[in-house]
Design a protein around this ligand. Structure first.
Ligand SMILES: Nc1ncnc2c1ncn2[C@@H]1O[C@H](COP(=O)(O)OP(=O)(O)OP(=O)(O)O)[C@@H](O)[C@H]1O
Length: 791
């Protein structure tokens, strides 16, 4: 074969073995590999050597070999077989966004600069198909290189032994890298990214290892048990870590009995993480399960039930009742609270209204010897609106003013992996601190600073953007969230959606397998194996793992389970069986409010037109943007949406919109379906097992369903096809709300057909048993989207 006449046009490789020569060789390699279905390494090597002037044959061959190796290593070209012989082949184009915002291309892109460039891979001005993180993640093996020296933007490798291939790949892609001399040059931002990603350098933290506390975390953790402290901690300062270490030190070093320590936090997810971390560290401590680590809501519910008060419906009402109970001089309550020796309260900047009242009542009832640690951050206070009070006071602002509390702060930022983000976290926080009341100018300032730290800004087609394959997509408002979800849905993208006020979501396979079996039924491992196998579509968890979970829930210590005991175990479901979002894959869409405390490598913060009007709380608006932007550890982008207009109604707040010939009403909130027993009594369940099987299938296929009134005016939820199979009944409250939005009397005839409802999953549900009997299990559909009601 004559390569020269076929591909050798216009070629010349600059002399020497520098970056320009390597790039020219890379172009040659790509040219041949792209034009041929497959070319053997030897043939390629020999052909390219003839274009190299100067060095002797063996030097030339070593140079070409090293370029081919690098191209294979970064998957610029790949391996294949022709007639059973190994060959090099072209790979599809990938455009990779670097941390500093440049986009480079690998694969069969056919871009050649010949001898013009020092970069082995060309820079392009098209949009990226993935980011450097995706690229690095697509290779197997650990990427943490603790102990190796940090990279500066320009340098030469001095680490022990060979350089890890992951790092060679990253250096090749993000600048100029010589695989022989191990010298590189790249931008400052890229170097900082690699240091953090690979854990290079002593002064760089890595979240991939169990971390030792920093000095300020240690100071807080090891303070005397009886001290009362307010600890200010900026985003990423490691509050969770410090709170865990505080509990561990109180029990281990200060000898407090676990039952005398109370830790309160906002979300179940946060509580679950705290429990898991602490339990792991204190596994040898007897009675560690007696530690009281709770959400504010579960603390309130516990108090009410311990004092035999009936818990009123709704979280807010329970919190109010618990606060009243704490203030009531009830000797039993005073005694229980008086036993506590240390109380830790997290996220104090968001404690306003009833929760603030609850914490104040709690603190005032504590014994004077009881220590208190309060964590919070002024810059992240975003719940002022709940109160609609202008004072802006929170539990945090009040407690810092008390002179029986000392102030401390967590000083490091353990989250950010790029200099730009690190600076933004710091500078914006200072601005927010100086301008706590807030001003329009201050708000725009924050917005600009966030944008300056972002890799890309105001991406309008975010649903088609390469970065939105994962990470967080955040909106300021619920309206924005629905608009964003709609955009993703119409772009055919998978996503997960986090909506508060939705029913508890317990993994559905439990209800799908055990639902419709009598509560008293005992099931052996073998019998369960068959039931698991028969589930169609199959569950994600395999049979062994599922069985372990069921044995734990059953809790009897036997080697078989009883359905009712499993159901009982699910009355307080372990957090790992709960999900706080809909959907199984893709980026997580959430409002900023619902995501606090979480972090992700990648964040797309969706901006909208700035708020306007007299009543805007500019301070709060600025802080909300700050909370959103500071969820990102590595890649922050801003996108742009124009939220659709919605009205709201009811409590919990529900969105609806008026259209020319129909109305749209948000569906899927906690009270939208009647419970299982009522569904059974409606007469629309012919075969319970069959109904559960259909709900299970729907939870995976996520079809649209309709609601049609039956002869008694109940709105029955049915599949559109499948002979209109019934899977639930909409609640009377939903029906009433619907009538009010239609502006007709509650007892007027319901609409003939409500469409547009989606099944977005299913949840295992515990059905209470009759007096003295064990509860049972069923499966309920989870609904989502907007119900469409004709006018
Ligand atoms: N001492 C430490 N060394 C290394 N990494 C740490 C350390 N402490 C915390 N981290 C890590 O830093 C990151 C931020 O911690 P965390 O989420 O607890 O911050 P935070 O103070 O709660 O932030 P925010 O206020 O934004 O919610 C986490 O990934 C955590 O694992």
């Amino acid at each position: 074969m004559n390569f020269e006449s076929e591909f050798g046009y216009g070629l010349r490789v600059p002399s020497g073995s520098g970056p320009r020569a390597r790039r020219a060789i890379a172009d040659l390699v790509r040219r041949v590999v792209s034009a041929r279905r497959g070319v053997s390494r030897i043939a390629l090597l020999e052909w390219i050597q003839q274009f190299i002037e100067g060095p002797n044959r063996s030097e030339a061959s070593a140079l070409v070999e090293s370029v081919i190796d690098v191209l294979c290593e970064i998957k610029d070209i790949g391996f294949g077989k022709t007639l059973g012989e190994p060959v090099l082949v072209a790979l599809p184009v990938r455009r990779i966004a670097l941390p500093d915002g440049k986009v480079i291309a690998i694969g069969d892109h056919r871009i050649e600069n010949g001898a013009g460039s020092e970069h082995l891979v060309p820079e392009v001005d098209q949009t990226a198909t993935e980011t450097l993180i995706d690229f690095l993640d697509s290779f197997e093996g650990t990427a943490v290189l603790i102990g190796a020296p940090a990279l500066s933007p320009k340098g030469r490798w001095t680490g022990d032994g060979a350089m890890a291939s992951a790092l060679r790949r990253a250096l090749t892609l993000s600048g100029v890298f010589d695989p022989v001399t191990l010298e590189w040059s790249t931008s400052e931002v890229n170097a900082a990214f690699m240091n953090d990603w690979f854990g290079l350098g002593d002064n760089v933290s890595s979240t991939k290892t169990t971390s030792a506390s920093d000095t300020s975390q240690l100071r807080v953790a090891k303070a005397a048990a009886g001290s009362r402290m307010v600890v200010e901690a900026g985003p990423g300062a490691g509050k969770t870590h410090a709170a865990c270490e505080r509990v561990i030190a109180l029990v281990q070093d200060e000898g407090l009995a676990p039952s005398r320590v109370l830790l309160l936090s906002f979300t179940r997810v946060a509580v679950a993480e705290l429990i898991a971390r602490i339990a792991k560290r204190l596994q040898d401590v007897p009675n560690v399960a007696a530690l009281q680590i709770r959400t504010f809501d579960s603390f309130a519910a516990r108090m009410l039930s311990a004092s035999n008060s009936t818990s009123p419906g709704g979280y807010d009402a329970a919190i109010q009742a618990a606060a009243r109970l704490l203030r009531s001089d009830d000797p039993l309550v005073a005694d229980a609270i008086g036993q506590l020796e240390h109380v830790i309260i997290d996220e104090a900047q968001d404690l306003v209204g009833d929760r603030k009242e609850l914490c104040e009542a709690l603190v005032s009832l504590l014994d004077s010897s009881c220590g208190i640690t309060v964590f919070g951050d002024f810059a992240q206070s975003i719940y002022g609106y709940q109160q609609r009070e202008k004072s802006g006071s929170t539990f945090l602002t009040e407690i810092v003013q008390r002179d029986d509390f000392i102030s401390d702060r967590l000083e490091s930022d353990h989250r950010t992996k790029t200099l730009a983000l690190r600076e933004m976290f710091r500078v914006v926080r200072e601005n927010l601190r100086d301008d706590q009341g807030g001003s329009r100018e201050g708000y725009f300032n924050v917005r600009e600073q966030i944008k300056a730290a972002a890799l890309e800004n105001e991406i309008t087609r975010f649903a088609a953007h390469s970065s939105t394959t994962r990470g967080l997509i955040l909106t300021r408002s619920r309206r924005g969230l629905f608009t964003a979800a709609e955009d993703m849905r119409s772009a055919g993208r998978r996503f997960r959606l986090r909506l508060p006020d939705r029913p508890l979501r317990i993994e559905p396979w439990i209800g799908a397998i055990l639902g419709a079996h009598p509560a008293s039924e005992s099931i052996s491992r073998d019998a369960f194996g068959v039931m698991h196998e028969m589930l169609f579509p199959a569950a994600v968890r395999d049979v062994d793992e599922s069985w372990e979970i069921l044995l734990d829930l059953d809790g009897s210590g036997r080697d078989s389970i009883v359905v009712g005991r499993v159901a009982d175990g699910l009355n307080e479901p372990p957090l790992e069986l709960l999900s706080d979002h809909e959907g199984n894959a893709g980026p997580l869409l959430s409002t900023i409010h619902a995501i606090k405390g979480r972090e992700d490598q990648r964040v797309m913060l969706l901006l909208t037109k700035a708020p306007h009007g007299e009543t805007v709380d500019w301070g709060e608006e600025a802080r909300a943007l700050y909370v959103g932007a500071t969820r990102a550890s590595t890649e922050l982008r801003t996108g742009w949406i124009s939220p659709v207009k919605f009205y709201t109604t009811g409590k919990p707040e529900r969105y609806w919109a008026a259209r020319a010939d129909h109305r749209l009403i948000e569906i899927g909130l906690e009270p939208d379906l009647v419970d299982w027993l009522e569904f059974l009594h409606s007469g629309h369940v012919i075969n319970e097992a069959e109904t559960i099987a259909r709900i299970w299938q729907a939870s995976i296929k996520e079809p649209k369903v309709v609601a049609i009134p039956d002869s008694e005016g109940r709105l029955i939820l049915r599949f559109e096809g499948e002979e209109g199979y019934a899977i639930g009944v909409l609640s009377p409250d939903f029906a009433e709300m619907l009538q009010s939005i239609r502006q007709v009397a509650p007892d007027a005839a319901p609409p003939e057909l409500i469409s547009g409802i989606s099944v977005v999953g299913a949840t295992t549900v515990v059905v209470p048993g009759h007096a003295g009997e064990l509860p049972g299990l069923v499966l309920a559909p989870l609904l989502g989207g907007f119900a469409r009601i004709p006018r």
